[in-house]
Design a protein around this ligand. Structure first.
Ligand SMILES: Cc1cc2nc3c(=O)[nH]c(=O)nc-3n(C[C@H](O)[C@H](O)[C@H](O)COP(=O)(O)OP(=O)(O)OC[C@H]3O[C@@H](n4cnc5c(N)ncnc54)[C@H](O)[C@@H]3O)c2cc1C
Length: 371
């Protein structure tokens, strides 16, 4: 079949691999002018490890594994450690942590040569008819496909065009998050501790992995009205939120916000939809069921969903009417589990009051002198 995949994130690249290997003619379009690798490291966990094995990329994923989460320390305004996260959070044999750029590269390298990856392209219109789907692109081109798969993330254009506006499906969890490159901090601390500083409704942190450092800013807020693609608007929101804070390294992180042309900034939200397919169009990954960064499972869900969809299309001889509901039935339990794990996560990371911060720190493991 001739299949269009919108979005070259983990979901889109996994679809490209899984469908391309099964002999389909796959075109992946990506709005950005390159594969985006910024953001925080991600987890390949649970059944997604088996998915990676079936895709043949598990050895490369294991080779690129990083370890960082056991080193998270909460600090006070002077940088003195007041507590740390338990050592086993996010680090087990069932969980491989990997830099986003590495997973992206591994998946892109695994694409069969037949997959056509087009950068700086996006969908403008989708019109289904009896024999296929006519797609109009932002470049002005148009083309017909047998199937269209929306793997274009939480703000999916395919979802908007086929299923209706984002506000019908998005559930805001009351937080915003930004990840910023901080090249100047990469080896600033010999012990490579990842410090996090809280003040009411706000969290600022620095994490180090490989030869890189990233800044993390989170804050509690009702939904903010801004163009989610406008990086300058994103930066202004961060300055408005954090400019007053002179404690710890918050101003250093804001300097990095100024310098980084490609920050990651988004609301911490989930996507809930009663169904992920309509006619010849289906959604995969965050576009269908974003679980939010608090779940730490978006990448694994993207990988399992892509594989289930490719397998079900094969099992039903390309009959999407049979395959799409089967894909959804297999993927739903994973999504419901992941979306259900976020409760309390926001309040732990971003306590709303000073009392709640003190209470949170008391629950954490103490830091031994000298650590
Ligand atoms: C740059 C970036 C940084 C991220 N950083 C973090 C992070 O730090 N922490 C976290 O928890 N999650 C982060 N995420 C989200 C995380 O990657 C996903 O939850 C998870 O990997 C599921 O992936 P996905 O492929 O479904 O969606 P995504 O990773 O969002 O990928 C969607 C892809 O589609 C592209 N796209 C969007 N709109 C269009 C369009 N109209 N046409 C064509 N292409 C389009 C995007 O550029 C992107 O490459 C980030 C996502 C991106 C894109």
């Amino acid at each position: 079949m001739k299949i269009l995949v919108s979005g070259a994130g983990v979901a889109g690249l996994s679809l490209g691999r899984d469908l391309g290997m099964r002999g389909h003619h796959v075109t992946i379009i990506e709005r950005a002018d390159r594969l985006r690798g910024n953001g925080s490291p991600i987890d390949v966990r649970g059944d997604a490890i088996e998915v990676a094995e079936k895709m043949g990329i598990l050895p490369a994923v294991r080779d690129a594994r990083i370890r960082m989460t056991e080193q998270v320390h909460f600090v006070d305004e002077d940088g003195t450690a007041v507590g740390r996260l338990p050592a086993d959070i996010g680090d087990s044999s069932d969980d491989i942590e990997i830099a986003r750029e590495d997973l992206s590269r591994i998946l892109a390298d695994a694409l069969p040569e037949t997959v056509d990856l087009r950068l700086s392209e996006s969908v403008n219109s989708i019109a289904e008819h009896d024999d296929g789907v006519d797609v109009g692109f932002a470049s002005g081109n148009s083309e017909s496909f047998d199937l269209v798969l929306g793997a274009d993330g939480m703000h999916s254009a395919v979802r908007r065009l086929v299923f209706g506006p984002e506000q019908d499906w998005i559930r805001h969890l009351g937080l915003y998050v930004a990840i910023i490159d901080m090249p100047g901090e990469a080896d600033a601390e010999a012990e490579r501790i990842n410090p996090m500083y809280s003040y009411p409704g706000h969290l600022a942190g620095i994490a180090r992995f490989k030869d890189r450092a990233i800044g993390l800013l989170m804050f509690a807020s009702d939904p903010i009205d801004y163009d989610y693609r406008d990086v300058e608007a994103q930066k202004k929101i961060l300055f408005d939120q954090f400019a007053e804070c002179r404690s710890w390294k918050v101003q250093t992180i804001l300097d990095a916000v100024r310098a980084d042309p490609d920050i990651y900034f988004d609301s911490v939200s989930q996507i809930h939809m009663p169904t992920w397919h309509r006619g010849r169009v289906a959604l995969v990954g965050d576009a269908a069921h974003c679980a939010s960064p608090l779940a730490g499972r978006g990448t694994s869900l993207a990988m399992t969903g892509a594989q289930f969809l490719a397998e079900e299309l094969e099992r039903s001889d390309g009959d999407h009417v049979t395959a799409f509901p089967r894909y959804e039935a297999r993927q739903r339990p994973y999504v419901e589990f992941a979306q259900g794990t976020v409760e309390g996560g926001g309040a732990l990371l971003v306590p709303p009051t000073q009392e709640a911060i003190v209470a949170r720190n008391q629950l954490l493991q103490p830091v031994a002198v000298g650590q």
